[in-house]
Ligand binder design. Structure first.
Ligand SMILES: Nc1nc2c(ncn2[C@@H]2O[C@H](COP(=O)(O)OP(=O)(O)O)[C@@H](O)[C@H]2O)c(=O)[nH]1
Ligand SMILES: [Mg+2]
Ligand SMILES: [Zn+2]
Length: 310
């Protein structure tokens, strides 16, 4: 019978059948998917064929996987050519960010957005802890909101303390499969607890940890939302893999640059020093079509991509 994977711990999976029965399952056989080596053949969000192995203990076997609509992967440390699938079959990515305690850098947000573009999953950015924002942070929020909205990315302001923006956020999540992401300490677990008071996920106090917080688990887990839809928590997962994007392709993942690529004189332009570069011209014009801050992020990400060895 068909089932969806809700949790993966490496060797065991929690799956839920279409009839709503949950069971612990393991994999039977060898799965080769998507033509690259992955450290985990089955991921949270996968639709699989499962059979009951032991009725009384509610254990089962995963015998097959259905084709993925999409997936998010991260490269595994020390194994750049291996990928770890974080989750699959997503409708959107939700980035939790904060402008205070802790401060999420724009560079981090932009790397996340590049990953979203590269994996073809639409992103939403939430700035949480609005209750802590002073005039300076609120002004920064307005600037970022204007910049990202102009590119086409939805931006929300929330507070779990006050609370603020929660209904708007629930509307965005309703009936969708959403991967929740963001630095430790920004309020992801607090948010999940707010929508599922019965879950009582552990939240952490950031104060003792130089504003960074620490993570408790490193396995993604999916939850059914009480108002329809599913959310996937990804504790301990810092960043998605964008290291294997070729330098010449990076600007394709900046939508505001992508629009102008055909205007550059050279079709392999990486928009740094090439003559006749339309992207640089637009950045320098300073009218906001491609903001200087986004270009700086582009430059830094480009710099972090290893030059193709072949
Ligand atoms: N002031 C304020 N604190 C918050 C808010 N949301 C979460 N926190 C606090 O921030 C800390 C980290 O939250 P947590 O949910 O564990 O973050 P996670 O690491 O992203 O899951 C906890 O002490 C929360 O109580 C908020 O909107 N305002
Ligand atoms: Mg958490
Ligand atoms: Zn160019």
């Amino acid at each position: 019978m068909k089932a969806i994977v809700y949790k993966s711990t490496g060797s065991w999976y929690v799956v839920k059948t279409e009839q709503g029965q949950s069971m612990n399952a393991r994999i039977k056989g060898i799965f080769k998917i998507d033509g690259f080596t992955s450290t985990n053949p089955i991921a949270v969000g996968d639709a699989v064929e499962a059979e009951v192995e032991n009725e009384t203990e509610q254990t089962g076997l995963i015998t097959d996987i259905y084709e993925r609509k999409n997936y998010i992967a991260r490269s595994t440390p020390h194994h750049n050519h291996q990928r770890h699938i974080v989750a699959s079959n997503l409708d959107q990515l939700l980035l939790f960010a904060t402008l205070k305690e802790p401060k999420t850098s724009q560079g981090f947000i932009d790397r996340f957005l590049v990953a979203a573009e590269a994996f073809h999953v639409p992103p939403v950015i939430v700035f949480n802890k609005a209750d802590l924002y002073q005039k300076k942070e609120l002004q920064k929020f307005e600037e970022l909101k204007e910049m990202y909205s102009a590119i086409g990315y939805p931006v929300l302001l929330t507070s779990m303390e006050q609370p603020q923006g929660l209904d708007e956020l629930k509307n965005i999540l309703k009936d969708k499969v959403t991967l929740l992401s963001g630095h430790s300490g920004v309020g992801k677990s607090t948010f999940i607890n707010a929508i599922f008071p019965e879950l009582k996920l552990r939240t952490q106090d950031v104060s003792g940890w130089s504003g960074k917080g620490l993570h408790t688990t490193t396995f993604a887990e999916m939850f059914d939302l009480p108002f329809g839809g599913k959310i996937i928590d990804t504790p301990g997962i810092r960043e998605f893999g964008i290291t294997d994007i070729p330098k010449e392709e990076l600007s394709h993942y900046f939508p505001e640059m992508r629009k102008h690529l055909h205007e550059c004189q050279f079709n392999n332009c990486i928009h740094i020093n090439e003559p006749g570069c339309a992207v640089k011209k637009i950045v320098e014009a300073g009218n906001g079509d491609i903001s200087m801050d986004r270009y700086v992020s582009y430059y830094k990400i480009l710099d972090s991509i290893e030059t193709n060895p072949y």
